[in-house]
Design a protein around this ligand. Structure first.
Ligand SMILES: Nc1c(NC[C@H](O)[C@H](O)[C@H](O)CO)[nH]c(=O)[nH]c1=O
Ligand SMILES: CC(=O)[C@@H](O)COP(=O)(O)O
Length: 158
């Protein structure tokens, strides 16, 4: 369902598991910082709203979304980390660079999740325009960071 047909920040609190003792790593890309900062704020706010301990949320920054995979691996390999949330924003430019990064990040994050058998969440926007990104970072379509946090919580309750 397209984001324009649902709000990314809307979710049911039914059946969400207790996360008071869970430890979360958030890996956030610096590129498009206005957007990724808003996604990060949404993810942290949602985790704490749903019961996560502030001291159990560690945030690490990487230069760009391409580096999210390695950052996610470095966090996922820590047995104390229960889930990793990757946050980035890859905006289409004039070349095919967008395609290569987007594919590499999606595949890489999936590989890390399977390698360590723990949730590694794809909280990465891949819009055509800056406005589409802003619309999904606390704008009219909600906040992708909220969605990423809830996805991590739901996977921990699997
Ligand atoms: N154009 C965007 C990038 N590009 C940088 C890459 O992610 C990477 O850091 C570089 O290729 C060096 O390895 N990154 C984003 O996150 N968003 C973009 O729109
Ligand atoms: C996703 C990118 O790397 C892209 O924004 C870079 O822009 P361009 O394709 O015009 O070099």
């Amino acid at each position: 369902m397209a984001s324009s047909l649902k709000n990314l920040s809307e979710y049911s609190q039914k059946n969400l598991s207790d996360i008071s003792n869970k430890r979360f790593a958030i890996v956030v890309a610096e590129w498009n910082e206005e957007v990724t900062g808003a996604l990060l704020d949404g993810a942290i706010a949602t985790l704490t709203k749903e019961g996560a301990n502030d001291d159990h949320i560690v945030v690490k920054t990487v230069p760009g979304s391409f580096e999210l995979t390695l950052g996610a691996q470095w966090m996922a390999q820590d047995p104390k980390i229960d889930a990793v949330i990757c946050i980035g924003c890859i905006i289409q430019g004039e070349t095919r660079h967008f395609d290569f990064i987007s594919q590499a990040v999606a595949t890489g994050i999936t590989d890390v999740s399977l390698k360590y058998s723990k949730p590694v969440i794809f909280g990465v926007l891949t819009p055509d325009t800056q406005q589409q990104a802003l619309d999904r970072a606390g704008g009219k379509h909600g906040n992708k960071g909220d969605e990423a946090a809830i996805t991590a919580i739901k996977m921990l309750g699997f």
